[in-house]
Design a protein around this ligand. Structure first.
Ligand code: FMN
Length: 208
């Protein structure tokens, strides 16, 4: 599979997990792809906490359920109705959660390239996640990013030391298929912004 095909087929997976837990060798290949991401100052500020214990998955799913309800309650009635059928996680069904973390102290005091933009460490973690996501597609493994959580709760669930921040809970598991259309488009939450609206030639304000 070439990289364009993997990018086109990638989906945020919530409903298509088969329930079969990913085998360790395959998971390690995907994590190796994540670990090969570029990072500011070559600092590799990420770590991956693999969680497969059913009771821990259940605890996370319950917390996310509460956060989902909070979000639903914050919506005006028409958006709440659109949101209602949308599944926002596959924590139990995937069988594996990968908590991706960020350690700002990684690389020491003088991280090359971070002295003007503190966020470059976080940006590096996002690239590792994207590598993981695309490697998953190449392996036929689905990934779903869950962000409906309080960071302090997830830090506790994953046993993170002080100063290490959880950036994502990724549901990782075998899938029956990759949907062609993102769920949020399919359920009418939001469509894809056209490329021509996102590309600016010369300056941000320039037309066309
Ligand atoms: C930072 C980030 C956080 C996300 N959080 C959630 C989430 O909590 N639950 C969810 O169902 N999808 C989540 N998503 C997935 C997006 O909804 C999804 O990427 C988007 O709708 C486009 O669909 P696609 O990834 O299938 O192309 C998240 C994606 C990103 C990048």
């Amino acid at each position: 599979m070439d990289v364009y095909e993997a990018i086109a087929r990638r989906r945020d997976v919530r409903a298509e997990f088969t329930g079969k837990v990913i085998d360790r060798e395959m998971l390690l290949r995907i994590l190796a792809a994540a670990h090969h991401a570029p990072s500011v100052g070559h600092s590799a500020p990420w770590d991956f906490v693999v969680i497969q214990d059913p009771a821990t998955l259940e605890r996370m799913a319950e917390h996310v359920r509460v956060k989902r309800r909070e979000f639903a309650d914050s919506l005006p009635p028409d958006r709440a109705a659109t949101f209602d059928p949308i599944k926002i996680e596959g924590i139990r069904e995937s069988g594996t959660g990968v908590v991706v973390t960020y350690d700002h102290s990684r690389g020491g005091e003088h991280v090359l390239g971070r002295h003007t933009i503190a966020d470059t460490g976080l940006m590096s973690v996002a690239l590792a996640i994207q590598n993981l996501w695309l490697a998953g597609v190449a392996e036929g493994v689905g990934v779903g990013w869950v962000s409906f959580y309080d960071e302090s709760v997830l830090a506790d669930i994953a046993g993170l030391p002080d100063g290490v921040r959880p950036i994502a809970w990724l549901c990782v598991g075998e899938v029956s298929e990759f949907a062609e259309v993102p769920d949020l488009e399919r359920f009418g939450w939001r469509g894809r912004r056209p490329l021509e609206d996102s590309v600016h030639w010369g300056t941000y304000r320039a037309e066309g």
